[in-house]
Structures are given as structure tokens and as C-alpha cells.
Ligand binder design. Structure first.
Ligand code: SAH
Length: 367
């Protein structure tokens, strides 16, 4: 657990050095304008590049018809626009959930999941290849950590899904795929800043949710960023000891510290927090869990997202992971109802995409 923070932020775009080309994809509008400004070019070239990359998925400088040919040639020599590429996809015949496999430039496979529902269509994006957190109920945890995605690679998941599915049809975005966004904070923040730009025809920040297992300092930083995205906190238990058993990161960043940070987030952004709660038989579905949850909800403007546990059996887990079972459906319904009786907003998320192993946090490791 000690080195987790050392694994963050290692692949941001940097100016060209030792013949390394500047990676333009992933730079924010301000950074792009500065890039041109610094080399004596008009800063508005940054806006043009921004528009080509983030609204048109352009990777070829020759597409950029409003940029003079001489500049295009120069850019081709000293910069590059590295993008994700489409690799595969599979649609659930049951509910239309679509899982995309995208490939990074260095041949890692990542997954994004599109979840159509009656009132919205949500795209779930990844922030890391794998995940270092090792939460005992999570399939991504079992595959371990490979690398951080860049801001460009995070944003590209939206661009590629929008290209395939239709940008106007994707209404919401959740940072709930593979990885822990707060351990790849700079890239996550930059990708949000790209969405935040008026120039971007993507999704408004109000429709974006960042989900975290809880790094208090980063939750506060996100609150202070003024981006005002929604925050989902993976709670899963109100008891420190049980939460630590399920999520080893809790030993490093306690629930108590996280709850204080989450309160700060709610206050600072004037948004409601979503508590995610995966229902695990006899572990977090007991009477005392209902009591503890309702106490917590009395302290914070929030709603609870109750999620039936997707079994990990297909991955042949060992140890504690192998013991986990979902709460029976009638207990889940009762649990939700008991909380609603206490005037708490409860969403019961069905495990969309289970048949294609694509429910959020359940992203399979087929490739
Ligand atoms: N690291 C971030 C985001 C990825 S996990 C976080 O922890 O929030 C996002 C969500 O996926 C978790 O909150 C959890 O609700 C869900 N999840 C993970 N494994 C699951 C499983 N086996 N069954 C159901 N939901 C799961």
C-alpha cells in the first residue's frame, strides 16, 4: 500500500526533449495556447488544435484545413497526436449495454461501457490500466495495476464511443471503469477540464460523476478545482474494520478521514454525494448496517446507490474474495426499502451488462 501515491501522474504531456515529440492530445486549451504562444505563433492556433482533436477526433494534421500548410508540416515534425484505437466491442442482447475494448498506443487494452437506460445513456470510462487498490469484490483489482492513462486516453474513450454510438445519444459520463481516478489525479482533472471548455461539444460537467474509493486529499483538491462534477464515494461499509477487509486502501485512508473530505466536497460544490454500496451477504447487509447508513446519511446530502454484487467466480479468486456472495434479492429490496422508510434516497442499480461481464467495476480481462 505504501507506494500507491508514487504510481501516480507519470505520463503527462511534456515539451519535446531529446528528440521526443510533444504529445498534444491531452493538453488543455490553456496548455495548447501556451504551447503556440511560447514558440512565437498565434495563441489561437491552440484553439484550432483543440477543436480538431477534441471535437473531430483528428489525428492527421492534413485534416486541419484552417491551419497553414507550413505550420502543419512543422507540427508533424515536432509533435504528435496519439490516440486510443478501437479494438473490439460486444453488445448485451439482454439490455443493449455495449462494452468497448480500446487499445492504447503501447498496446494495453482498456474498457469502456455504454449503458443505455430509459432516461439516459451513460458511458463508464477507465482511468488506469488495471488498478492498484485490490478491493476484494472487484474484478479489476484481481488483475493488478499496469499504468495510468493520460488525459487524452481518458477523453478519447468518450470520443471513440461517441463516434460509434452517436455523440447526441450519450448523456452522462461516469469515471467508474478500471482504475482509481484519484490515483491518476492530474490526468483525470485535465480530462475534466477538456470537457469543461465551452469549445468542447461533449458532455457538461453536471452530467459527469467521478467515483473514488477514497483519497481524502484528492477529494478536497477536486472540490477546490471548481469543476463541480458529481462525486461518488465507494462506501461499501460504514465500519472501519469491515471496510478495511473489503478495501485495503481503508487502512491507509480511513473512512473517518474520507467522510470528512466527502462532507467538504458536498459543502464546497453544493452537490449531493452518491454513496456506492455493493451488497454482500452477511458482510454489509445486516441490521446494524442499515442503522449506520442512515446515521451517515443524516450528516451529508447524499443518495445511496445499492448495487447487487457481481460474482467474481469466473475469475477463480482466492482468499477473502472467494468467500463473497451477493445478498439475496429479497434482502436487497428490504434493505433499500428500510432506508427509504427513513427518507433516504436509494437507487437500486441493476447489474447491467453482467451477461457480457461489463458492469462498471467488473471490467473483464478477456484480452
Ligand atoms: N476506483 C473507483 C472507480 C472504479 S470501481 C472506485 O472505487 O469508486 C467503481 C464501482 O464499481 C465501485 O464503487 C463498485 O460499486 C463497483 N464494483 C466493483 N466491483 C463490483 C462487483 N464485483 N459487483 C458490483 N459492483 C462492483
Amino acid at each position: 500500500m505504501e507506494n500507491i501515491e508514487l504510481k501516480t501522474e507519470n505520463n503527462q504531456a511534456k515539451p519535446a526533449q531529446n528528440n521526443k515529440r510533444t504529445q498534444l492530445k491531452g493538453l488543455t486549451l490553456e496548455e495548447l495556447k501556451n504551447y503556440f504562444g511560447k514558440t512565437g505563433k498565434p495563441r489561437f492556433r491552440g484553439e484550432q488544435l483543440f477543436n480538431w482533436m477534441y471535437n473531430h477526433l483528428a489525428v492527421d494534421y492534413d485534416e486541419m484545413s484552417n491551419i497553414p500548410k507550413v505550420l502543419r508540416n512543422e507540427l508533424r515534425d515536432i509533435t504528435e497526436i496519439v490516440t486510443l484505437s478501437y479494438f473490439d466491442s460486444v453488445v448485451s442482447p439482454e439490455n443493449g449495454t455495449k462494452k468497448y475494448i480500446f487499445e492504447t498506443n503501447d498496446k494495453h487494452k482498456i474498457e469502456s461501457v455504454l449503458i443505455p437506460e430509459t432516461d439516459r445513456t451513460t458511458l463508464c470510462v477507465s482511468t488506469q490500466v488495471g488498478c492498484p487498490l485490490d478491493c476484494k469484490f472487484c474484478a479489476t483489482g484481481l488483475m493488478g495495476y499496469k499504468k495510468n492513462l493520460s488525459a487524452g486516453e481518458i477523453f478519447d474513450q468518450y470520443l471513440l464511443a461517441a463516434k460509434d454510438y452517436g455523440a447526441d445519444k450519450i448523456t452522462n459520463l461516469v469515471y467508474m471503469g478500471m482504475g482509481e481516478p484519484m490515483l491518476n489525479f492530474n490526468a483525470t482533472l485535465k480530462s475534466l477540464q477538456i470537457f469543461a471548455q465551452e469549445l468542447t461539444t461533449g458532455i457538461s460537467l453536471k452530467k459527469i460523476t467521478v467515483s473514488t474509493a477514497g483519497i481524502p486529499q484528492k477529494i478536497r483538491e477536486l472540490a477546490d478545482s471548481h469543476l463541480k462534477v458529481k462525486l461518488a464515494f465507494s462506501l461499501h461499509s460504514c465500519f472501519e474494520d469491515i471496510r478495511s477487509k473489503l478495501m485495503p486502501i481503508n487502512d491507509k485512508y480511513s473512512l473517518k478521514d474520507n467522510i470528512n473530505a466527502v462532507k467538504y466536497y458536498a459543502r464546497r460544490t453544493a452537490t449531493r454525494i452518491t454513496f456506492e454500496y455493493v451488497m454482500l451477504k452477511d458482510i454489509n447487509d445486516r441490521e446494524e448496517d442499515i442503522d449506520a447508513l442512515s446515521r451517515l446519511c443524516g450528516e451529508i446530502p447524499c443518495k445511496i446507490n445499492i448495487i447487487p454484487f457481481n460474482s467474481l467466480k469466473h475469475m477463480q479468486p482466492t482468499g477473502f474474495s472467494a468467500e463473497l456472495e451477493t445478498s439475496p434479492m429479497d434482502r436487497i429490496d428490504e434493505f433499500a426499502q428500510r432506508l427509504r422508510d427513513k427518507n433516504i434516497t436509494v437507487m437500486l442499480r441493476n447489474t447491467q451488462g453482467e451477461d457480457i461481464a461489463a458492469a462498471c467495476g467488473q471490467l473483464a480481462i478477456k484480452y
